[in-house]
Design a protein. Structure first.
Length: 258
């Protein structure tokens, strides 16, 4: 089995890290850079910093936050999402602190810009965020978080993913995000591109479900947000429970702990 990943997610709203519930309710957690340092120390494989209000307000990426996080000297790869509207902004995000970028609103607005970001940074540095749910008839629906409207996944977006212009898809069960043990595996089953690598996110808190997902060939990572803050040593607990899954060792492995 190829190496899989446990991604720690920091959700940022109005500059502060928050505990999110379906992207509709929020509780404050503190400074994002402090949470990033904690996740780095605890040994997650990647950190996803998602600034959920930047595209809606047209504010662009949060470069001030990226600058603060860059100064912390993280050893864990950083993924940034939020407000990226142009290839120039995507490049600036990588120059600031991130290893990879997530496109979300651009998939609705400008697929040509996504192509140009991929051409400049490389497909391996670009991830597509797809917040998905089912409609009453069981059809797969794609959310535009800015307007709250939903619709089927359009053919041009699916073609972009199929052609590997983007390396991975962040498949978000947005309805269950923040609700323990509630990730809807039917979303993964119904996602129409079995060859596209998927990062599963939203309502993942149960180690057994996470292990089952990681054993699915198309799932390359599971992403966990709120639930890493619910118990002490949560990352170590999850990794211990993911028996048989090859994950990156904690950053402090082999170091002397005083």
């Amino acid at each position: 089995m190829l190496k899989k990943r446990l991604v720690g997610v920091i959700t940022v709203r109005q500059g502060w890290a928050v505990q999110s519930f379906g992207y509709r309710r929020w509780l404050p957690l503190g400074r994002p850079e402090v949470l990033a340092q904690n996740l780095d120390r605890w040994g997650v494989d990647e950190i996803l910093l998602q600034c959920i209000d930047r595209s809606r307000t047209g504010a662009g990426p949060d470069f001030a936050l990226l600058d603060r996080i860059g100064k912390t000297g993280l050893s864990t790869p950083l993924i940034y999402a939020g407000g990226i509207a142009t290839p120039q902004q995507a490049s600036a995000v990588v120059q600031a602190a991130a290893d990879r970028v997530v496109v979300d609103a651009l998939l609705h607005d400008d697929l040509d810009a996504v192509q140009r970001i991929s051409a400049h940074l490389g497909a391996q540095a670009v991830i597509a965020a797809l917040p998905l749910s089912h409609d009453d008839g069981g059809g797969l629906m794609w959310l535009d978080h800015r307007s709250g409207t939903q619709g089927p996944l359009p053919a041009p977006v699916l073609a972009l993913l199929r052609d590997r212009v983007i390396s991975e898809t962040l498949l978000i069960d947005w309805r269950h995000e923040g609700t323990p043990g509630s990730f809807d595996t039917v979303l993964l089953r119904d996602f129409p591109l079995p060859e596209v690598p998927v990062i599963a996110f939203g309502g993942l808190s149960d180690a057994v479900q996470m292990r089952d997902l990681l054993r699915t060939p198309r799932v390359v990572a599971v992403a966990v947000g709120n639930f890493l803050s619910y118990r002490e040593h949560a990352v170590q607990h999850y990794k211990a429970q993911l028996g048989g899954i090859t994950l990156r060792p904690p950053a402090f492995a082999g170091a002397d702990i005083l």
